[in-house]
Design a binder for this molecule. Structure first.
Ligand code: SF4
Length: 276
């Protein structure tokens, strides 16, 4: 059992981590998103569900988000899935992380997945998004931030109610499985209108967020990245390009480790005076 996992990042603590006592601020996070080091943010939350293999959807989606330089925040039972595979372990999960996100995690000293609390703490994620908007550079409201909420293995009504308040706050939310409203279409034909028009279109017109049900993890990943990239473009931010990042820090260290010992010492510590 690994013992050094880091859990419980409140919005106050994320603020502190990014700037310390004197300059606590979301500015470094916003700047990293605006530059493209971090492509966007995915909140991957919610239950496990016996209709899919335990943890499978959580891990499948989280793993790809990290590779794509998307910072992941998690709550509830889904966060335990990440803890089991090591994504909450300080820098230990960073070998599976894209180059830009890795630079940020190593600089700040955070794991690539931030555990934000239990599933009733999802309001903290909205607080973080509000503070990011307040900090400036990522639009005027939550619906403009390059961020997506996902509950890949949800099963509880509580998860659905959380999803709806997130949508009402402007978030695009993807739930796993099929839409329970569509299951009513045979008995209540108007349900089709709710499923296809209200959840996907009318809510977006009213609040900027929408609620979609997707059972294929690949489609969840594609739609999440497409939404993040569309929001980046709408904000006028540069298109995500992973080749721009990861040329500093540990990459230099990896290069140094290939040198013979003396050459490495000289590169690291300089040539002593009188020895050249
Ligand atoms: S609603 Fe229950 S099962 Fe779902 S994330 Fe919360 S605690 Fe876990």
């Amino acid at each position: 059992m690994k013992s050094d996992l880091v859990a419980g990042f409140s919005h106050e603590y994320i603020n502190y981590m990014l700037g310390g006592t004197y300059r606590g601020s979301f500015r470094p996070l916003n700047d990293a998103i605006m530059a493209g080091r971090i492509r966007g943010v995915a909140a991957i939350i919610g239950c496990n569900n016996p209709r899919s293999n335990h943890d499978y959807l959580h891990i499948e989606v989280t793993r790809e988000m990290l590779k794509q330089d998307v910072l992941v925040v998690q709550t509830g039972c889904g966060a335990i899935a990440s803890a089991k595979v090591g994504y909450l372990l300080g820098e230990a999960g960073l070998d599976e992380v894209g180059p830009g996100l890795r630079e940020i995690c190593e600089t700040v000293g955070i794991p690539p997945v931030l555990h934000v609390g239990s599933c009733v703490d999802n309001a903290r994620i909205l607080t973080v998004l509000s503070q990011m908007v307040e900090e400036g550079g990522l639009g005027d409201d939550i619906d403009q931030v390059p961020a997506v909420g996902l509950a890949p293995e949800w099963m509880s009504e509580k998860a659905l109610s959380i999803a709806t308040y997130c949508v009402a706050s402007g978030a695009y939310v993807i739930m796993g499985g099929s839409n329970p409203v569509e299951g009513m279409v045979d008995r209540v034909p108007q349900s089709r209108y709710v499923a296809e028009e209200i959840l996907l279109k009318e809510w977006e017109n009213l609040y900027g967020g929408r609620l979609e049900f997707i059972d294929d993890p690949q489609e969840m990943i594609e739609k999440t990245l497409a939404h993040i990239d569309r929001k980046r473009a709408d904000l006028g931010l540069p298109a995500y390009d992973a080749t721009l990042w990861g040329k500093s820090g540990d990459w230099r260290m990896a290069e140094l480790e290939t040198l013979p010992l003396e050459a490495r010492e000289n590169a690291l510590y300089g040539v002593p005076v009188g020895d050249d």
